[in-house]
Design a binder for this molecule. Structure first.
Ligand code: 87F
Length: 507
């Protein structure tokens, strides 16, 4: 409980200092200076603290509890799918890392190396994992012998390091981040294909059901897929303020590329040697950054109830001659009643802050619902509830507290999703020609266009849209394809269009 014991303020007679009520609000507005607003929100909302190494951030408890809620869900779901957790070392030897030269090539500048211990140079430097294919697959080769060893489905929750040089952003692009990485091997491609989509559905649920963010499920282009794999599927989110798409999570079918590289083969039922089919999939703490960007407002964070570690904050509003102890007791009882019903509620009894300061503080931290209890509420045996998402106020009789709070939290969760979806949908623009495409890009739209699906054309679009803001690229071809009438032409090449694809600038 914030502030500890529910005691009447100044009970000891000594006058406590009431903190200055300044410096709580945000200095930047979301619509005016998005970048500065974002940094301010994650710091003032007590999610992140900046660190003295660029691109590295401290994840505070307010962040970790959100991560843990998603982790609990995802971990239980993959266990139902018979995925087992494991942990592989943080370090990679240069020999294995370079084994898959082809795909590592493009990533090489981001790999961080340990070259020294104390003052002496290591004989052989070791890399810090940027992802664990090369760490894990030599052991898959050892562990998989016969068809009875399959499927092999492992996952690990860990940190990875990618020494990025483009501008770091908390959660969205950091040099170290937390994720889960799943790595699975099957006897058949069909089994692998099926799992790719099962995992992608879990990622959709994390975004839509937990974080209240609409995402688009689809397939990445050849240019944008994971180069080491066969095909990549993803969930794509969109940030209306910047007009950028953001890859939310990826689920790859690796085909047999890594199996060949690492000699991961098995003896099938007919006694023949066969290569395994592999998948890999991941989501990271980037999810949390997307949540902040989509829902946050000029008062700070806005947390969806399903992931908020405090869903209801109870604030006593004592008044000069009022029955202060009575108000405090009502607050304690309210927290107890809600907690017993499984609602995450706390009271803020701190006596060195005014109620108004507390309102701003918990709004900054994004708590979905505030309950105020003052003399009038005490007299009427009610509480006043104030929603974080739309500031709506409602008086709730204490007799129906649990029911109504549950309903309100459900409504807030739904409303956050609905509003985010409306905003996203309002930014989708269907274009048919290059001129329309350029106009839509200038308006920061999420562009849906008929495309010939040729790599050279995507490269050409990138080159032609290169600028200060970054080039436009494909985000994904949605699985949910609108009808493509016969004779539709590619917006960029004028050739026959093969599919509808989302385009835009992205993170
Ligand atoms: C950076 C440095 C070295 C991304 C990197 O998406 C290697 C890489 O392989 C690298 N950045 N990637 C691709 C990661 C692919 C894949 N790995 C397992 C996933 C899901 C989890």
């Amino acid at each position: 409980m914030a502030g500890g014991e529910a005691k009447k303020p100044n009970a000891g007679g000594k006058k406590k200092e009431v903190k200055k009520e300044t410096g709580l609000g945000l200095t930047n507005k979301k619509d005016e200076n998005f970048g500065e607003w974002y940094s301010e929100v994650v710091v003032n909302g007590e999610m992140i603290e900046y660190y003295d190494i660029s691109g590295c951030y401290i994840l505070r408890p307010w962040t970790m509890s959100i991560w843990e809620t998603m982790q609990e869900f995802f971990d239980a779901e993959i266990k139902k799918m018979k995925v087992k957790n494991c942990y592989f070392p943080l370090f990679v030897s240069s020999t294995v890392l370079e084994k898959e030269k082809d795909h590592i090539e493009g990533f090489a500048p981001e790999v961080a190396w340990v070259t020294r211990s104390g003052k002496s140079e290591l004989e052989v430097p070791v890399a810090i994992r940027p992802t664990s294919e090369t760490v894990m697959y030599p052991y898959y080769s050892k562990w998989i012998r016969g068809h009875r060893d399959l499927p092999l489905r492992l996952n690990q929750w860990c940190n990875v390091v990618r020494w990025e040089f483009s501008n770091p952003t908390p959660f969205i692009r950091s040099r170290e981040f937390l994720w889960q990485e799943g790595h699975t091997a099957f006897a058949t491609k069909d089994e692998a294909d099926e799992e790719v989509l099962q995992i992608l559905e879990l990622y959709r649920r994390i975004y839509e059901e937990f974080l209240a963010i609409p995402v688009i499920k689809g397939k990445k282009s050849e240019l944008e897929k994971f180069a080491g794999g066969l095909y990549t599927t993803s969930v794509e989110a969109y940030i209306p303020n910047t007009g950028r798409g953001v890859q939310g999570a990826t689920s790859h079918c690796l085909g047999q590329n890594f199996a060949k590289m690492f000699e991961i083969s098995f003896e099938n039922e007919k006694g023949e040697k066969a290569m395994v089919w592999q998948n890999s999939w991941a989501y990271s703490t980037r999810t949390i950054g997307v949540m902040v960007m989509v829902h946050g407002d000029d008062k700070g964070l806005v947390l969806p109830p399903k992931v908020a570690s405090v869903q209801v904050i109870v604030v006593p509003v004592p008044y000069k001659d009022a029955n202060t102890q009575g108000i405090f007791d009502a607050c304690t009882e309210t927290v107890n009643t809600l907690s017993e019903a499984g609602i995450r509620a706390e009271a803020d009894f701190r006596d060195n802050y005014s109620p108004g300061w507390k309102y701003s503080h918990w709004e900054m931290k994004g708590v979905p619902l505030r309950i105020e209890i003052g003399p009038k509420d005490l007299a009427n045996n009610q509480v006043r509830a104030v929603r974080r998402d739309n500031s709506a106020k409602v008086d709730i009789p204490r007799a129906s507290l649990v029911e109504q709070v549950k309903e309100l939290l459900g409504n807030i969760q739904q409303n956050l999703f609905d509003v985010a979806k409306q905003k996203r949908d309002a930014c989708v623009e269907i274009v048919k020609t290059w001129e329309e495409f350029i106009a839509a890009l200038g308006k920061k739209k999420l562009i849906l266009a008929p495309w010939c699906d040729e790599e050279e054309v995507e490269k050409d679009v990138k080159a032609r849209t290169k600028g200060e803001m970054g080039a436009a690229k494909t985000l994904c071809s949605p699985f949910d394809q609108p009808e493509l009438p016969e004779g539709t032409l590619c917006f960029a090449s004028g050739k026959a269009a093969k599919k509808w694809t989302y385009w835009g600038r992205s993170y």
